[in-house]
Design a protein around this ligand. Sequence first.
Ligand code: ZN
Length: 439
Amino acid sequence: MWTVLRLLGFSGVHRDAQASHSAKQYHGLRNQGSTCYLNTVLQCLYMTKDFRTAVQSFKQDPQDSNQGNAGLLLQLQNLFGELNKVNATTEGITESLSINNGELFSMFLVTCLLSVLFTLSYLFLVYEQQDAVEYYQRILKQIVPQVSQVFEGKLSNNSKCPDGHIYQEKCPFITIPLAIDTGHDKIYNVKEGLEAFFQPSQLDEDNWLYCDQCDQKTETETWNEIEEFPTVLTLHLKRFDFDYMQMRHVKNHCPMEIPPTLQLKDYEYDLYAVVNHSGDRNGGHYNAAIKSFEDNQWYCFDDSSVTKYSVDALQKSRLAYLLMYRQTAPSRRNFTLQKLLKSTALRRMTSALHNRFIIAGVTAIRRMTSALHNRFIIAGVTALRRMTSALHNRFIIAGVTAIRRMTSALHNRFIIAGVVTTCLVTVMWRMFRLRFPKS
Ligand SMILES: [Zn+2]
């Protein structure tokens, strides 16, 4: 009987039904018509523990003008709530993303016009940005920093002239772009690609930078450094490239060697999500392979279907397009640092202080300290933590001192005012009595 069914093509259906049964706890997102890029990104965000918690605990504060696209965040909150129970739709998200599309659209039009004026290829670059990576960044950039900060790190772009004058430019980043420079059939090694990203390189003479101290354009060496390590490190494997000979985008389908863990300075990262892209730039399809933080199993999120996934499929992957790594711990190399990080006293103190600040409410200084505090936690460095706690303390001390000074000044002023008034009243009373003595 089964043989007949299998021959008739029923085996696939049976297997799918089985797979979706065992992957029951996760739910898919319905495709609104080529919105697989959005569904994929949303599932990656949903499956990021810290982000999910931050979204779920977000409370809109109409008094706070610094809440970014609060509508989008509330839609995410709704969506995450639904995803807990059923297959969900993304209409709310696309709607709140298009709230800002008015602005984006006019920017887009201007860019298009400029592009037409300058080069045709630039126009293609504008179109190129409408992909999963672009949406990943767009969503995260529109959300309040406190919620999206698990994905944010700080990069320092350095340049040096032959005389050793160094210039640093620091900027926040969400993804690290890795140029794929191997041929279509050679294996691209992600670990080596990432190492190359941090290697110094010499700029072409056309791109030499002006050195203020040498007062001329000089040979320039540049390199990148991570200044603040993000909790989630995202690598963008740039498979799409513009081919000037063919005047069109080409996709590099080369197989990739994807490391399950990464070691960056004192930080260890574990791979937990891979955005896959199949097909070409036009008419391609996205899905995501994600390792659950709840049961440590890998799942494939493909629009409305969620199935168990074999991690072996990531070996020599020709589809991997975006890699997400979660910071696990500072490495064993720095055991003392790790120990210090885990020293509960310090943690409890900062967290208690932090909570107190949050509970106390929202003021400019508090927001600042809390933002600083959060950013420092991401950096995960004890020294920085101590500094924040010191900052916290300093703010408290500063606050207390200020209040004390203020009250003591007030006291003094009251006393002086009182004394002066008393004196004045006495003098006036005496003068009054002298003028009009009691008869
Ligand atoms: Zn110089």
